[in-house]
Design a binder for this molecule. Structure first.
Ligand code: PLP
Length: 367
C-alpha cells in the first residue's frame, strides 16, 4: 500500500486553515469509548471553553458530530417547526443554504435580500421583522462567500420584540473575532472546527440559551432527525450519558487541544492578532492597487477577505499558479461573485504576519 503523503500547503482560503501542531498530536492519542468517564471529562472541558469563545453563559453549549452544516441543520430542525415562519437575512451563499435546509423541512421561509457584499442596516432589519412577525429569525454573522460581518444586535432586539428567537451562523467568526452571543442576544449559534479554531473539519460547536430551549420543550411533534435531536444529545452528553451515537472521540481530542491553544494565547490577544493581520493584508493588497469587495472597512471580516479580481485577469489561472509555484491555497468566488473575487482567509493558525508577507509577494509575482 502506498503511504499517505499529502502535499505541504499553506492554507489561506476560506477554510480549512492550518492545523495547530498540538491538535494533530492529540488526535493520535489512544481512544477511549464514547461512554467512558474520561471522554465525558474531555467533553466538559471543551464545553466550558466553548462558552468562552462564544461569549456566553449558556449551559447548553457543546459540539455536534459533523461539520458546520450539521450545526446549521441541528438549529433549523430543532427550532423551526414545519409550517412556522422563518425570516432569513439573505446576502450570501450560506443564507441560501439556511433557506434550503429550512424549506426541505417544511418551514415557511421569508427573505430580505441584498447583493452579496452588502449588509443589513439596523432600521431595515427591524422593519423587516416587525412586518413579517416570524417565529424564528436567521442570519449569518460572518458570510464566507462575501466577506461581510453582520452585527446582530438590532436583529435580535427586533426579533425578541416580535416574540421570535434568533439563530446565527458563526462558522467563520468563532475563535477569530468576538462572537458575543449573550451581548448580541443570539438564542442559538453554531460554528465549525476547521476555520478559526484550527482543528480539522468534523465537529460543529453550538450554543443554545434558555429561551430557545423553552421553545424546544414546548414543541408538540418530534424533531425530524434522530441524529440532531438536541433533547437526545443533551441526555447523552450532559445528563444520563446513555448511548445516542458513537461520538468521534479523536475529533473531541483535537478540539480540546485547539481550545487549549486558544486559552494559552488568551482570547483578546487572539482577536487582536486576527485584526492586526487583517489590517496588514488589506494595506498590502491596496498598495498593490487591488480593491476589497466589501466597501465599508468596519463591515469586513478579519478572517476572510474578498478581493476584486483585476480587469482582464483569469482568477482560476492565478489560483492554480499560487498552488503550483508557491504552495499557497486561496479560493475564488462563487454564485454572483464567480470569477470576480479572490477569497483569502486569515484564520486561526493561518493568521500570521509572515503568511501575510508570503501571500502578498507570491500574488504580486503571479499577477
Ligand atoms: N456557514 C458558513 C458561513 C460557512 O462558511 C460554511 C463552510 O464554509 C458553512 C456554514 C458550512 O460548514 P461546513 O462546510 O463545515 O459544513
Amino acid at each position: 500500500m502506498p503511504a499517505l503523503n499529502p502535499p505541504d500547503r499553506l492554507l489561506m482560503g476560506p477554510g480549512p486553515s492550518m492545523v495547530e501542531p498540538g491538535v494533530y498530536e492529540a488526535m493520535g492519542k489512544r481512544i477511549v469509548s464514547h461512554v467512558d468517564p474520561y471522554f465525558f471529562e474531555v467533553v466538559e472541558r471543551i464545553n466550558e471553553r466553548l462558552r468562552l469563545v462564544f461569549g456566553t453563559r449558556n449551559r447548553f453549549t457543546m459540539a455536534i458530530s459533523g461539520t458546520g452544516t450539521s450545526g446549521m441543520e441541528t438549529c433549523l430542525l430543532n427550532f423551526v417547526e414545519p409550517g412556522e415562519k422563518l425570516a432569513v437575512f439573505a446576502n450570501g451563499y450560506f443564507c441560501d443554504r439556511i433557506t434550503d435546509i429550512a424549506c426541505r423541512n417544511g418551514a415557511n421561509v421569508v427573505r430580505l435580500e441584498k447583493p452579496w457584499g452588502e449588509w443589513f442596516e439596523d432600521a431595515e432589519a427591524a422593519a423587516f421583522i416587525a412586518r413579517e412577525r416570524p417565529s424564528v429569525v436567521a442570519y449569518v454573522q460572518a458570510e464566507t462567500s462575501s466577506g461581510v460581518f453582520q452585527d446582530g444586535r438590532a436583529i435580535c432586539a427586533a426579533a425578541h420584540e416580535a416574540g421570535a428567537i434568533v439563530i446565527a451562523d458563526c462558522v467563520t467568526s468563532l475563535g477569530g473575532m468576538p462572537v458575543r452571543v449573550d451581548e448580541t442576544g443570539i438564542d442559538a449559534a453554531f460554528s465549525c472546527t476547521q476555520k478559526c479554531l484550527s482543528c480539522p473539519p468534523g465537529l460543529a460547536p453550538i450554543t443554545v440559551n434558555e429561551r430557545a430551549m423553552e421553545k424546544l420543550r414546548a414543541r408538540k411533534d418530534q424533531v425530524r432527525s434522530f441524529y440532531f435531536d438536541l433533547k437526545l444529545l443533551d441526555d447523552y452528553y450532559n445528563q444520563s450519558h446513555r448511548f445516542h451515537h458513537t461520538a468521534p472521540v479523536s475529533m473531541f481530542y483535537g478540539l480540546d487541544a485547539a481550545l487549549e491553544a486558544v486559552a494559552a494565547e488568551g482570547l483578546e490577544a487572539r482577536f487582536e492578532r486576527h485584526r492586526a493581520n487583517h489590517l496588514a493584508l488589506v494595506a498590502g493588497l491596496e498598495a498593490m492597487g487591488l480593491h476589497l469587495h466589501v466597501t465599508d472597512p468596519s463591515r469586513r471580516l478579519w478572517t476572510l477577505h474578498t478581493v476584486r479580481v483585476p480587469e482582464g485577469v483569469d482568477d482560476a489561472a492565478v489560483r492554480r499558479r499560487l498552488i503550483a509555484e508557491h504552495g499557497i491555497e486561496i479560493m475564488g468566488g462563487f454564485g454572483p461573485l464567480a470569477g470576480k473575487v479572490f477569497r483569502i482567509g486569515l484564520m486561526g493558525a493561518s493568521s500570521k504576519r509572515e503568511n501575510v508577507g508570503r501571500l502578498l509577494s507570491a500574488l504580486k509575482q503571479v499577477l
